[in-house]
Every structure is written in structure tokens, then in C-alpha cells.
Write a protein that binds this ligand. Structure first.
Ligand code: ADP
Ligand code: MG
Length: 272
């Protein structure tokens, strides 16, 4: 006779498996997945048991006080900083903790730092050609005959970054905001799947700030994007889900209205 195990003994094992499967299928729908991530610098926990999920094709805004860990989170995703603990996955399956910075960039995670780093001595168009060429030498990138596909790509990016009318201008002569847009264009030239953008509108005029929200919304139509920014008017214009970080963890997450009226957020960030 076959001995039947009591149902009660089987149930928890089955439930545990299902929970893991649920977790895994949830992860597979993300482009970025951080879970239980911590990192300390000299004993100071800059990131503390952080969980952050970005859906494929999603744009997310990140806010939070200085020192909250926003830039460090980007450092972890891009492989600049290794987490002490936790899971970091790209595209649901790629374990980013097993790859270095150049490999992660090549996979399609593009990052824009706060300060624009365009080639000032070159035209707007040549800056994009350089970015498109990737590892080709500067002279080769500028003087090689571009094929129709490259021309079309450059035209498309110029249009996205609002610089078509300045394609022949020297990058040195662009405004601060336009340099930021050009650098975003140089990121786009590398065809990233995810763009990480750290404080893009700092130092921009109001008009440039408003245009940057539109520009990022355009980009978000076919990319996943993470935008760190303090400018709440700009964050509102992005019209996306907001995550507020504080002391290396998520303090509040949801719509801009819910997050900005969350008493915890008002206390540590907005109310000051
Ligand atoms: P945010 O971008 O939200 O302003 P950061 O991520 O830059 O905050 O910093 C979070 C905390 O971690 C800060 O206290 C900062 O001084 C510290 N920190 C960040 N990177 C390093 C590092 N490489 N070495 C030591 N401390 C660091
Ligand atoms: Mg920062």
C-alpha cells in the first residue's frame, strides 16, 4: 500500500516553491532588479537593504535628500561599486554583480553623469558621430564615410535632443542645457536599453528644464529610464512613478502626489 503523506506536510513546501516562482517571474518582467542590496563605506551603510524594481520600458524618477544613496545606487547598477549583499539583475536574468563596468556598459546600461563631458572642440554632429563609432579613433570616426544608416541615426538623435539646427555648431558654443542634451544624445548613439540620468536639470534655465522633461518622455517611449532629480516641478512634468530614497532605502514610492504628500517624505526631504 502506498503511504500517503499528510497534506499539511506537503503544503508548505509547495507554497514556498510557488513563492519563489512568483518572485522569479516578477524579476523576469524587470529591466533592473535590486533586492536586499547593501553597501558600506568604512562602516557607513550608504545603501541599506534596498529593493528597487524597474519594469521593461518604464521611466522612474528618484528623489531624496543629499546622501540618500541615489548616486551610489547608480554606481551599483553600472558596476562601479560592488554591493556587499543583495541581488542586482539586468533584464531579469543577467546577474550584474558578476560583471565589470565596461561589460555592463556594453550590455546596454548607459549612464549620464551630472557634469556634461562633450568634446568641446568638435561640432555637435561630430560628437554624435564619435559616440556612434564607439571604439573607432577620433579621426577615423570623423573622416570615415558615413553610410545612409548612420546618417539617419544621427539625424534622428539630433531631432530627439533638439539640436538639429545646431548640428554644425561647435559643442563649445552650446548652452549648459544644450550640452546636457548633446551628452544624452551621445548616450543614445550607443543604443542603450536603460539610461541612468543623474540630476540632468541642475543649472538649466526654466525653459531648458521644461524641454528636458519632454525630451526624456520622448526617449522613454523606447527606452527604460531612471532619472535622479531634486527639481520637483520637473519630476512632476515627467509624469512617472516616483521613488524617494532616504538613508539607503526606499522611504516612499508611488505617484508624485502620494509621495510628495507622504509625511515621511515631507519630514526628511520636502519640508526642509
Ligand atoms: P546622493 O546621490 O543621494 O546624494 P550618494 O549616493 O552620493 O548620495 O552618497 C550616499 C552616501 O554614501 C553619502 O554619505 C556619501 O558620502 C557616501 N559615499 C558615496 N560614495 C562613496 C565612496 N566611494 N566612498 C565613501 N563614501 C561614499
Ligand atoms: Mg548624487
Amino acid at each position: 500500500m502506498i503511504e500517503e503523506r499528510p497534506l499539511a506536510a506537503k503544503a508548505p513546501q509547495h507554497a514556498a516553491l510557488t513563492e519563489r516562482e512568483v518572485q522569479e517571474s516578477r524579476r523576469k518582467e524587470t529591466i533592473l532588479y535590486l533586492d536586499g542590496v547593501s553597501v558600506s563605506f568604512d562602516g557607513f551603510r550608504a545603501i541599506n537593504n534596498l529593493s528597487f524594481l524597474l519594469g521593461k520600458g518604464e521611466m522612474r524618477a528618484i528623489i531624496g535628500p543629499n546622501g540618500a544613496g541615489k548616486t551610489t545606487m547608480m554606481d551599483i547598477v553600472t558596476g562601479k561599486t560592488r554591493p556587499d549583499e543583495g541581488e542586482v539583475f539586468f533584464n531579469g536574468t543577467v546577474d550584474l554583480t558578476k560583471h565589470d563596468e565596461p561589460a555592463i556598459a556594453t550590455m546596454g546600461i548607459g549612464r549620464k553623469f551630472q557634469k556634461p563631458t562633450v568634446f568641446e572642440g568638435h561640432t555637435v554632429e561630430d560628437n554624435l558621430a564619435l559616440a556612434l563609432a564607439g571604439s573607432r579613433s577620433i579621426l577615423a570616426a570623423i573622416f570615415h564615410r558615413r553610410d545612409a544608416e548612420e546618417e539617419a541615426r544621427i539625424a534622428e538623435i539630433l531631432d530627439t535632443i533638439r539640436l538639429t539646427h545646431l548640428r554644425d555648431a561647435s559643442a563649445a558654443n552650446l548652452s549648459h542645457g544644450q550640452k546636457q542634451w548633446l551628452e544624452i544624445g551621445m548616450l543614445l548613439a550607443q543604443d542603450p536599453k536603460v539610461l541612468l540620468v543623474d540630476e540632468p536639470v541642475a543649472g538649466m534655465t526654466d525653459a531648458e528644464t521644461e524641454e528636458t522633461a519632454r525630451l526624456l518622455r520622448d526617449i522613454a517611449r523606447d527606452h527604460s529610464v531612471v532619472v535622479v532629480e531634486h527639481d520637483m516641478g520637473f519630476v512632476r512634468d515627467l509624469g512617472v512613478k516616483v521613488t524617494c530614497l532616504h538613508e539607503g532605502s526606499v522611504l516612499s514610492e508611488g505617484s508624485i502626489d502620494n509621495v510628495s504628500s507622504d509625511p515621511k517624505v515631507v519630514e526628511v526631504y520636502l519640508g526642509r
